[in-house]
Design a protein around this ligand. Structure first.
Ligand code: FMN
Length: 181
């Protein structure tokens, strides 16, 4: 039964619906996926020379509590792909609401993303960024092709939880936490 809070016309209308048997237009797919609110992370590792590598990612999600597994995905076309595929560890740095500029920098093609801001080497020498809401240091469990992305599953070896407000991303915009319902 429909919840009394949801108006009768809330379901997708016949006009807006995209029939399952047509090709999904990429713009419509992106827009619909963007309805889903996420946190924002910077995922880090080292390349073969030991140079720090990182990018902004919101594909991060929890996968399993026992064993403790998390996952995220990286574009096949990313300049960071070789570094992550060759690394035995990565760190998920969950951004605080004060870290929008850091997120923008790590979402850019800038060459030295680590020039500003404090970080320290964690497990496997992987950069752990200062001031994050939480950090999950992981060992790579599996890494496999998935469409135009590569799916990484990591086993959490160590975590930090700083209990500060996280940065959010929804509808193509950075946002802050709203009301508790
Ligand atoms: C909020 C946000 C989330 C993103 N999530 C991902 C992601 O999950 N996977 C991905 O491959 N790129 C993601 N990107 C894009 C990368 O951050 C961007 O392409 C970056 O330049 C990649 O670094 P590279 O130059 O090392 O390829 C995201 C960007 C933003 C702004």
């Amino acid at each position: 039964m429909r919840s009394p809070d949801i108006p009768a016309n809330a379901a997708i209308s016949a006009n807006a619906a995209i029939p399952a048997d047509t090709l999904l237009p990429p713009k419509a797919l992106r827009a619909a996926l963007g309805r889903f609110a996420t946190g924002v992370t910077i995922i880090t590792c080292n390349d073969a020379d030991g140079t720090p590598v990182g990018l902004t990612a919101n594909s991060f999600t929890s996968l399993s509590l026992d064993p403790p597994l998390v996952l995220w995905s990286l574009r096949q076309a990313s300049g960071s792909l070789a570094a992550f595929v060759g690394s035995r560890h990565f760190a998920i740095n969950v951004l605080a609401e004060t870290q929008v500029e850091l997120s923008r920098r790590f979402a850019s093609q800038q060459s030295d993303k680590f020039a500003e801001g404090a970080w320290a080497p964690g497990i496997g020498g992987v950069p752990v960024l200062a001031g994050c809401a939480a950090v999950f240091e992981c060992a790579v469990e599996t890494c496999q092709d998935a469409g135009d992305h590569v799916l990484f599953i990591g086993r959490v070896l160590r975590l930090a939880d700083l209990a500060v407000a996280p940065l959010l991303f929804q509808g193509g915009h950075y946002r802050m936490l709203g009301e508790i319902l």
